[in-house]
Design a binder for this molecule. Structure first.
Ligand SMILES: [Zn+2]
Length: 220
C-alpha cells in the first residue's frame, strides 16, 4: 500500500514450496499461509494527470474483475482476492474522476484527503465534494498537512488529528474507520499521532504493507 508512488501493485506472496536446499530462511510456509488468508490487491493513486486517465480506467477495470472491494470488518475471504483502491491527499480533479469511475465499475474506494493544500497548482476536494464522494465511497483520515504519525506533537495534535477527524465526522456523521499517515507507517503506540487516532475511535490503519486492525490500548 505504498504512499510514495502513484501506481498500483499486487500484494501476493507465493507459498514457500520448493525452497528446500536453499539454506535456512526465517520465512516459513506458515508465514505465507497467514498472509495468504486474505489476498489484497492494493491500487493507490495520488494526482492523476488527464493524459493518464485512459490508462487508469483500464487498470481499474481489470482490478474490478479480480475481486470485490476489501471491507476490513468483514470476515477473511480465503478463496477470492479483494481489491483496495485508494486515492490519497485530496486532489480535487483526481478525486472526482476517481469517485465517478470507481462507482461506475462497482468499486467502493477509499479516500484519504488532507485539508491543507497539497499542491498550489491543484485544488483540494471541498467538504461538499467529500460529502458527495461519501455517498459511494469511504472517507479516511490522513491528517491536515500531510503529517507522519511521528511528526504529531502536543502542539500540532489538535490541528493535525482532532481537527481533520472532527471535520470528517461532520461530513459523514461518523468517525473515520481507517487512517493512513504520510510515509505509510504501521500502528505504533509510541507515537502521539497513533495513540490519538486510536483514542478517537479510528479502528484500522493502512500502511505500506498492510491493512491492520488497530490494537486496543494496553492497560496502564
Ligand atoms: Zn499522502
Amino acid at each position: 500500500m505504498s504512499e510514495g508512488g502513484g501506481g498500483g501493485r499486487s500484494e501476493r506472496i507465493e507459498g514457500g514450496r520448493g525452497d528446500a536446499g536453499r539454506g535456512v530462511s526465517p520465512w516459513t510456509p506458515a508465514h505465507s499461509n497467514a498472509l495468504l488468508q486474505q489476498r489484497v490487491l492494493g491500487v493507490n493513486f495520488h494526482a492523476i494527470a488527464p493524459d493518464n486517465r485512459a490508462e487508469v480506467t483500464q487498470r481499474l477495470r481489470l482490478a474490478a474483475d479480480l475481486g470485490t472491494s476489501l471491507d476490513p470488518d468483514q470476515p477473511v475471504q480465503a478463496q477470492t482476492p479483494t481489491i483496495f483502491v485508494a486515492f490519497y491527499d485530496g486532489y480535487r480533479d483526481t478525486g472526482l474522476f476517481g469517485a465517478e469511475l470507481c462507482a461506475d465499475l462497482g468499486i467502493r474506494a477509499y479516500f484519504f484527503p488532507i485539508f491543507a493544500s497539497a499542491d498550489p497548482q491543484r485544488a483540494q476536494l471541498s467538504d461538499a465534494d467529500l460529502a458527495q464522494i461519501a455517498t459511494a465511497h469511504e472517507l479516511c483520515f490522513h491528517s491536515n498537512n500531510h503529517f507522519g504519525a511521528d511528526q504529531v506533537t502536543p502542539d500540532t495534535v489538535s490541528r493535525e488529528v482532532l481537527g481533520p477527524i472532527e471535520r470528517l465526522r461532520a461530513i459523514t456523521g461518523q468517525v473515520p474507520r481507517i487512517a493512513a499517515w504520510r510515509g505509510g507507517t504501521r500502528f505504533d503506540d509510541q507515537t502521539l499521532g497513533d495513540r490519538t487516532i486510536r483514542d478517537l475511535g479510528v479502528r484500522f490503519q493502512v500502511s505500506n504493507w498492510s491493512v491492520e486492525r488497530i490494537p486496543e490500548a494496553r492497560p496502564t
